[in-house]
Design a protein around this ligand. Structure first.
Ligand SMILES: Cc1cc2nc3c(=O)[nH]c(=O)nc-3n(C[C@H](O)[C@H](O)[C@H](O)COP(=O)(O)OP(=O)(O)OC[C@H]3O[C@@H](n4cnc5c(N)ncnc54)[C@H](O)[C@@H]3O)c2cc1C
Length: 384
């Protein structure tokens, strides 16, 4: 299929954001939507490398509200989109080993309760009782929310892409956006590896590469690519059947069931910004030592697969939604390591921003690009 010469809207990026935006725009009746992805397949960027975690437990009101719309969309994905998103509410259990984290999480739980999220507060003994196969002598307390859990990124991307196509969107892979034409302060077109498309609206949904795409239009978007990695293991014999998504908050170390084994990851606090998506074998050793100290059974397990990908981190670990100083150039990126779970609501909100002038379902006006220049940053504590 050759590229069209014109489009009403061009979306750059075929991850969860781009495909969700394409679906929601076409559902609202915009027919002439073109999505461009440079990889041979959709969902090969951050989305395809994500750990699949979805949660309501956040430390800011806006993130909780985003989850309160987005997770139910994943829950009823099959009804709406025709594909099962694989939502499994296995619960997230954060455990805490530092007094300052206990204080911060107490405040988070008060906020979560005020907004209707029924997170349970757990004593150290309760955490130890729930996780009998882990070494947790130093745990002071924890939190658990039963409707947090897992979903399948590939099903979500493919589901949105298929539904968007059915509604008229044209989706192209193997097409790289190389430049964005701006004249008189507004978008006029995109230049790609397969030709030019004239358009007055471009949505930058390029995830960790959104800063690069922003510069094509002369717009500075403060998104830092940071490598994160995880691995999966062979079966763990003593894994309890109700083992949840477990996070050792102080170490940014996590575990969740994957088949009969475990998926585990740990964030390297010294990772340098960059686009390298190869697994760092030295960090894997540090990670596995920490993981085995917590879950001794891992010493007898083998590694099945290893994955590295890029977080798209903003200065306040919150996403960027909406307009930029260039008229017709919009951004939906910078979800800072939890964008998969917010992909459904993000597409809905971007359609509202483009068609109604502002997001109606959740107020994300404080998540505009201008906040960085104006010093209106948002504080988020639960970044893993
Ligand atoms: C290791 C890891 C674990 C994670 N775990 C979780 C988790 O448990 N839960 C969660 O909610 N989130 C998680 N995340 C974060 C989540 O994956 C991202 O926030 C989310 O996928 C971002 O989606 P996106 O569509 O913005 O970006 P992407 O999926 O990266 O999509 C952007 C796309 O743009 C394309 N692109 C870039 N430049 C161009 C160009 N010039 N022309 C054309 N196409 C272009 C890229 O190829 C890419 O496919 C994790 C991320 C990583 C790396």
């Amino acid at each position: 299929m050759s590229l069209p010469a014109t489009a009403e809207v061009v979306i750059v990026g075929g991850g969860v954001m781009g495909t969700s935006i394409a679906y929601h725009l076409t559902r609202r009746g915009v027919k002439d939507v073109v999505l461009l992805e440079r990889e041979p397949f959709l969902g090969q960027g951050a989305t395809g490398r994500c750990a699949g975690g979805v949660r309501y437990q956040f430390a800011t009101e806006v993130n909780i509200r985003l989850s309160q719309v987005s997770l139910p969309m994943l829950e009823r994905f099959k009804e709406e989109i025709g594909v099962d998103a694989g939502y499994r509410p296995i619960g997230y259990l954060f455990f805490l080993t530092r007094e300052e984290d206990v204080q911060a999480f107490r405040r988070n739980v008060v906020l979560q309760h005020r907004l209707g999220v029924a997170t349970e507060w757990l004593s150290g003994d309760e955490v130890r009782r729930r996780l009998p196969n882990m070494r947790l002598d130093d745990v002071l307390a924890g939190t658990f929310h039963a409707k947090d859990g897992l979903a399948d990124p590939h099903s979500v991307v493919q589901g949105y892409a298929r539904a968007a196509r059915r509604q008229g969107a044209r989706i192209f892979t193997d097409v790289e956006v190389q430049d964005i034409e701006v004249q008189g302060g507004r978008v006029r077109g995109v230049v790609t590896s397969r030709g030019r498309i004239a358009t007055e609206v471009v949505v930058n949904a390029a995830g960790p590469w959104a800063g690069v795409v922003g510069r094509m239009a002369g717009v500075e978007i403060p998104i830092t690519p940071l490598r994160r990695q995880w691995l999966t293991t062979t079966p763990i014999p003593d894994l309890p059947p109700d083992f949840p998504f477990v996070i050792d908050f102080a170490q940014a170390l996590y575990f969740h069931p994957e088949g009969e084994g475990i998926l585990t990851g740990m964030s390297n606090p010294n990772e340098k910004p960059g686009f390298d998506q190869n697994v760092d074998p030295e960090w894997e050793l540090v990670h596995m030592e920490a993981a085995m100290a917590r879950m001794p059974a891992l010493a007898r397990a083998g590694v099945v697969s290893r994955v590295a990908g890029l977080y798209e981190v903003t200065p306040d670990a919150h996403p960027i939604f909406g307009a930029t100083p260039v008229e017709g150039f919009y951004v939906c990126a910078g979800f800072s390591g939890h964008g998969f779970m917010h992909g459904p609501v993000a597409g809905l909100l971007m359609a509202e921003i483009l068609l109604d002038g502002r997001a109606q379902t959740v107020d994300v006006s404080m998540l505009d690009l201008a906040r960085f220049a104006e010093g209106r940053l948002i504080r988020e504590y639960n970044v893993v």
